[in-house]
Design a protein around this ligand. Sequence first.
Ligand code: NAD
Ligand code: WQD
Length: 343
Amino acid sequence: MKIVVSGGLGYIGSHTVVELLNEGFEVVIIDDLSNSSVEVLDGIIRITKKIPIFENFDLREKNKVQQFFKKHYDVAGFIHFAASKAVGESVQKPLLYYENNLAPLIYILQELQEKLVANFIFSSSCTVYGQAESMPITEMASIQPAVSPYGNTKQIGEEIIKDVAKVSSLNAVLLRYFNPIGSHSSLEIGELPLGIPQNLVPYIMQTGMGLRKELSVYGDDYPTIDGTCVRDYIHVVDVAKAHVIAIQRLINGKNLEQVEIFNLGTGRGSSILEVIQTFEKISEQKLPYNIVNRRNGDVVTAYANTEKANAILGWKTKLTLEDAIASAWNWEKKIQKEKFKSL
Ligand code: NAD
Ligand code: WQD
């Protein structure tokens, strides 16, 4: 059975491709390598001993999307990861984000809505909840006005999918990820941030390696357990496995609502200081950090209620924060060693 994975050489996409191949699916990756490298494909092949089809093109080119669906008319499911994801950059370049995160979605749905059967999974984000009123956050929590163009593209993307489902046979699952971190245990694939990392865990890893002088902790005067912001850090492999279960559910087609929404988190909130302590324990070294001003647009606390995904998907996270931090640390050590060797 053929599953298309757009953005399949990216961070979450590559881990999902591995899980799909391991479950016996045939996988077609679409990626334009704008935020990834073709070497990720080698990593996927080394882990799975299987070779996915790779189509290298930019999904903003509508005619290429149309040609793709002519060639791969027998698609059983489409998982759409491809997007631009840097929140700060989206404020600077809003049109790039609106174009890249919405035009491909529209072109893909234009093709899928013509089909008698169409199964679609969309990468959404906990960012749609903004600062939720109560914790843990359920899928029923209200959507808050987006603080960035990036966040807005996820909200609009969800709305576009719901509208298309109303007038077609499209079946869709919207997965709202909390904070995916970590790497595959094989250390063949992992997170590869370009430039200075904006997210907490990649920044911690590079600081731990001595590539950055110190971590800036954005505020310690929030109303939380230790004053630092609280998030739901989830191992990327658990996130990837949820996609396989969701696509199996869509293909199976039993007791489906046409559009279903699930939170993907662990259900547990961790403060920044807790993440730092976990890193220090695992790496057996101190992390240099400094408390600085709050970062604009940050929510105080966000962690998921996972009951819906547990009950309906039958999915539960298996890996802990310690597992995720250990895998991220091992991955960072490996990629820096390889860079050093190639000098
Ligand atoms: P990523 O940047 O690592 O992967 C995205 C991939 O899509 C990259 O390989 C990139 O080259 C490709 N791509 C981008 N635009 C493309 C285009 N126009 N045509 C073809 N390929 C294109 O990002 P990720 O962290 O794996 O995120 C995957 C999805 O999950 C995104 O939609 C993101 O918004 C969403 N998401 C991510 C997080 C997170 O913390 N990483 C959290 C919530 C939601
Ligand atoms: C986590 C915490 C920072 C870096 C982002 C996106 C969101 C979603 C998930 C995609 C915050 C603090 C960070 C640093 C720090 N992604 N921090 N020093 O803010 O939950 O959300 O990822 O959809 O849209 O905005 O994740 O990793 O950036 O930050 O103190 O150098 O760490 O202030 O409290 P966040 P993050």
